[in-house]
Design a binder for this molecule. Structure first.
Ligand SMILES: Cc1ncc(COP(=O)(O)O)c(C=O)c1O
Length: 384
């Protein structure tokens, strides 16, 4: 049985990307590699929908989050850190380990932050605002555009974790006043795990240049940008060559489909999932209106174990989904519809979930979820 990863990272790879991983390694100071990296850098600018440089580091998304912090801020700098779940908490931990003065604003899990509350929370001397776009642990999306609007005209760096949204949900750093957008390769971008990408505004680059207080070497934006600014871009240190080759293929596929169409596909799959799940009588974890477009968090009905549902879906249907993190363990399941995942996969996942629930005695009308999702697809197909 072929297994399908419908987890919020890693996600399945397109065949062209798998092939690129299996190629003989190139030396990273050659023209052939430089051309591939150049293609990736240009493609990333397209996917980030900004004319800002995009820095690539060999690391997972957490490395990118640390890179944003050590370049933009120095120990003692005050930042407003908005946490809407596990990954907001992780960003807070990173800021605390780097010695920042963190004002942590905790939003109830399952809810999005209200942009006007961000503005009223800003205290004197705040140098940065840090927010997660798509909180993977709860399936909630935050309105990063509205927060950016609220910060316009202020001398505040705005850093966004778009690890589980970029490539699947609209992000526009320039229009939305965002200084650093961090993402990683293994989610909606259809690349293998191992790379982090940071789209940096001129203000963020200036801050990195002025920053004398923070210790950094591997993560230094100045060094990375210096090496990118060559006839063919390079990296200061040995890059993960095959990951770059594979990512260049994956980004090429997104460019071929067109980023706006990719966003629309994700939004369509999300609506199919939500409506299908509701048709089973289940409840979403995210509050109405703030549900993510790349994954759906579903409350597990009383009397059924999250682990049993996941096991059934995996063993009988070959579909791997995620459970809840931290305090949500056992309470929710998460179906990701990001990256190299299509409408048929969503229908399969709904069918598998229905089957799992029925086998554990949950009463539902078989086929209704599938039919409901199918109708969403039909209705939205016209708009393509
Ligand atoms: C929103 C968000 N931020 C950060 C991370 C951390 O990324 P990584 O696991 O690549 O370090 C994740 C990973 O799931 C995530 O979903």
């Amino acid at each position: 049985m072929n297994m399908k990863l419908m987890t919020p990272g890693p996600t399945p790879l397109p065949p062209q990307v798998v092939d690129a991983m299996g190629r003989q390694v190139l030396h990273h100071r050659t023209k052939e590699y430089g051309e591939a990296f150049d293609k990736l850098c240009k493609g990333l600018k397209y996917v980030f929908a900004a004319d800002y440089p995009v820095i690539t580091f060999t690391a997972s998304g957490t490395g990118g989050m640390e890179a944003a912090v050590v370049n933009c801020f120095s120990p003692g700098d005050r930042v407003l850190l908005i946490s809407t779940g596990v990954f907001g908490d992780r960003f807070a931990d990173i800021c605390l380990s780097m010695g920042l003065d963190v004002d942590k604003m905790d939003v109830a899990w399952g809810k999005a932050v209200q942009p006007e509350e961000v503005k009223s929370r800003l205290r004197n001397g705040v140098k940065g605002v840090i927010l997660t776009h798509n909180e993977t642990s709860t399936g909630v999306k935050n309105d990063i555009a509205a927060v950016g609007e609220a910060l316009k005209g202020m001398d505040i760096l705005y850093v966004v974790d778009a690890v589980s949204s970029l490539g699947g949900m609209e992000v526009r750093p320039e229009e939305w006043n965002i200084d650093v957008v961090v993402t990683s390769s293994q989610k909606a971008l259809m690349c293998p795990p191992g790379l982090t990408f940071l789209c940096v505004s001129p203000r963020a680059v200036e801050a990195a240049k002025r920053n004398k207080g923070s210790f950094r070497h591997y993560w230094d934006f100045r060094k990375a940008l210096d090496f990118m600014d060559r006839e063919l871009p390079e990296t200061p240190f040995t890059p993960a060559v095959n990951l770059v080759m594979a990512s260049s293929q994956a980004i090429g596929l997104i460019m071929k489909e067109g980023i706006e169409r990719v966003w629309e596909r994700h939004s369509r799959m999300a609506e199919m999932t939500r409506e299908g799940v509701k048709a089973m009588g289940l409840h979403l974890f995210a509050e109405e209106g703030s549900a993510s477009e790349t994954l759906t968090a579903i409350q597990v009905p009383e009397g059924i174990k999250a682990g049993d549902i996941r096991k059934h879906m995996e063993q009988r249907h070959g579909i791997i989904i995620a459970g809840g993190n931290k305090s949500l363990k056992g309470k929710i399941i998460r179906i990701a519809h990001m990256g190299y995942i299509f409408e048929e996969d969503v229908l399969d996942a709904l069918n598998a979930l229905e089957d799992a629930l029925i086998s554990y005695g949950y009463g539902l009308e078989k086929g209704r979820a599938w039919e409901t999702a199918r109708q969403v697809w039909d209705r939205r197909r016209e708009k393509i």
